[in-house]
Write a protein that binds this ligand. Structure first.
Ligand SMILES: *Cc1c(COP(=O)(O)O)cnc(C)c1O
Ligand code: SF4
Length: 509
């Protein structure tokens, strides 16, 4: 309504036809009349004065149930359809020790747990996939139970955590293992200092799950058949070096504690790291980062020592006027159940702010409806959607990447569906160490060759950074050019020239 008024007073209104009055709203099936409040509202004592109040005429059509699906949380004993968990009670399933003890890391164990639920061909496909994958596999019973084993190829959790050989697409020729060049910004193992006022502390290299698309596949987990990992050598003895560096840099106000994954830190270590960092006077903000709530939410409910340690650091920070929050990593509503909601609710009640960072992944969350549903469900359980990342150029997972154009289009649909503070920013962490860029902020983008050109003045104003769409999604003309290695330099030069940035240095040669 108010935007109509503003438009009406703008000078160019004269060019427009005379505005017609709004048509009367379509009559709806059952017009609301006096006292027509939903029963559960009319029963609330505090709302008694509303009962009998004439309800103003509706200006919107009644909302369809399908638009409220984000309020549905899986409440059934969904794990019971896995043969190995048929007799597992809710209490047992909620015990984080049960989850840890029964997490699967080998194909053979997976096959045993499923007892025929997945076909032998599919199991063989996983074995072959593991042989080429840059990441290990680790599946909690929670994750295992949420996968649709009747259609595992399309399942968004399977796609994130279980490699199969049959869907592998050739790596992009411009792709490297440490695409973000984190090792170049690392003053000591386990610390990345790229942006001036913030740093990334990687105290460990293990996770409660291994994501196929992990940016740090160069270091996270143990060696696989295809990748020998960089060793952080980041055990507690070495943490003091990182702390000493942080303490020596007065410009650092913000530390992300990631990994690996802080779910794997003991309660004592969460406390030690938190208290040490809070004690450094210039550090004002801490974030503990973990994928845990998405793949094992029950730990928050039943590992009391760990949760108390986290809450303790948050409370101590608050007393000091410093912010300590949890950053988590839900990628799809398929990871969210009633257990997640309970866990997030517990953190909310105990004063722990939770934000979410997703990765946009092909076949997982790469359409507007899925992303909107995720954003709304996260918001509904008080988790603030913060970022959606363009999938990094990581080895061995080309079939999971999307085009920049797809990401931009999804963002366009998501913005405006809910509160601005719950609307994630879509970013590209540009290869070559340029850091995060708003996905829309490219200087040039060629949908045929899939090259996008970014600048990152806050990191290095003399450099130009490129991201490359996956080749299998390009139009035939673009695919043909990439098929010819002699064309590659020309493709890159053209894009930089078209951006008008030929005088800058290319971040990655
Ligand atoms: C993402 C990131 C951060 C944190 O960045 P925010 O935009 O503040 O979330 C810090 N350091 C590094 C190296 C990062 O990649
Ligand atoms: S949990 Fe995070 S660090 Fe660990 S594998 Fe997944 S994306 Fe990588």
């Amino acid at each position: 309504m108010s935007s109509e008024i503003i438009k009406g007073s703008s000078p160019d209104i004269k060019k427009k036809p005379t505005p017609q009055p709004n048509p009367a709203p379509e009559p709806i099936d059952q017009p609301m009349t006096v006292g027509d409040l939903p029963e559960e509202i009319a029963e609330v004592p505090r709302l008694q004065p509303l009962v009998g109040e004439a309800i103003p005429d509706p200006i919107k059509d009644p909302v369809d149930e399908s638009e409220l699906v984000h309020r549905d949380f899986e409440e059934d004993a969904f794990w019971k359809h896995i043969p190995a968990f048929r007799d597992v009670t809710r209490e047992e399933f909620l015990d984080y020790k049960f989850q840890n003890k029964n997490s699967v890391t080998k194909v053979k164990d997976l096959q045993e747990m499923l007892q025929g639920l997945a076909s032998p061909e599919f199991i063989k496909d996983i074995g072959d996939g593991m042989a080429q994958a840059p990441m290990n596999m680790r599946l909690s019973p929670y994750v295992l139970s949420l996968i649709d084993w009747e259609n595992p190829y399309d399942d968004p959790l399977r796609r994130q955590f279980i490699p199969v050989a049959s869907t592998v697409v050739k790596n992009h020729p411009k792709l490297s293992l440490d695409s973000l060049h984190e090792q170049e910004d690392s003053p000591t193992p386990g610390l990345v200092h790229r942006y001036i006022d913030k740093a990334l502390f990687l105290p460990l290299d293990v996770c409660p799950v291994y994501c196929r698309f992990c940016t740090r596949s160069y270091a996270i987990g143990t060696d696989t058949d295809s990748v020998e990992k960089v060793n952080y050598k980041s055990n507690p003895k070495h943490w003091n070096k990182a702390f000493a560096y942080l303490a020596s840099r007065p410009e650092i106000e913000d530390v992300v504690i990631s990994g690996g994954d802080t779910y794997m830190l003991s309660a004592q270590r969460v406390k030690d790291i938190g208290e040490t960092l809070l004690a450094i006077p210039h550090i004002r903000r801490l974030r503990f980062a973990t994928k845990g709530p998405a793949i094992m939410p029950m730990k928050i409910l039943t590992d009391h020592d760990w949760t108390d340690a986290l809450v303790g650091v948050v409370e101590q920070g608050r007393k000091m006027g410093k912010e300590v929050v949890l950053h988590t990593h839900f990628n799809t509503v398929n990871e969210i159940t009633d257990i997640s909601r309970e866990a997030m609710n517990l953190l909310f009640k105990r004063g722990v702010k939770v934000r979410n960072q997703s990765v946009l992944i092909r076949g997982v969350n790469d359409n507007a409806d899925k992303m909107i549903n995720l954003v709304k469900q996260l918001s509904y359980m008080n988790v603030q959607p913060y970022y959606v990342y363009q999938h990094d150029m990581v080895q061995g997972v080309e079939e999971l990447r999307t085009r920049i154009a797809d990401t931009v289009e999804i963002e366009r649909h998501v913005r405006g569906v809910t509160a601005g503070f719950n609307t994630p920013t879509f970013v590209t962490d540009v290869p070559g160490g340029g850091g995060k860029r708003d996905v829309h902020s490219y200087d040039y983008y060629d949908e045929v060759t899939g090259v996008s050109v970014y600048r990152s003045p806050s990191v290095d104003e003399d450099k130009v950074y490129l991201y490359f769409d996956p080749i299998d999604l390009l139009p035939p003309e673009g695919q043909a050019r990439w098929a010819d290695p002699k064309e590659h330099d020309a493709i890159v030069e053209e894009a930089i020239r078209a951006a008008g940035l030929s005088d800058l240095d290319l971040a990655v040669e």
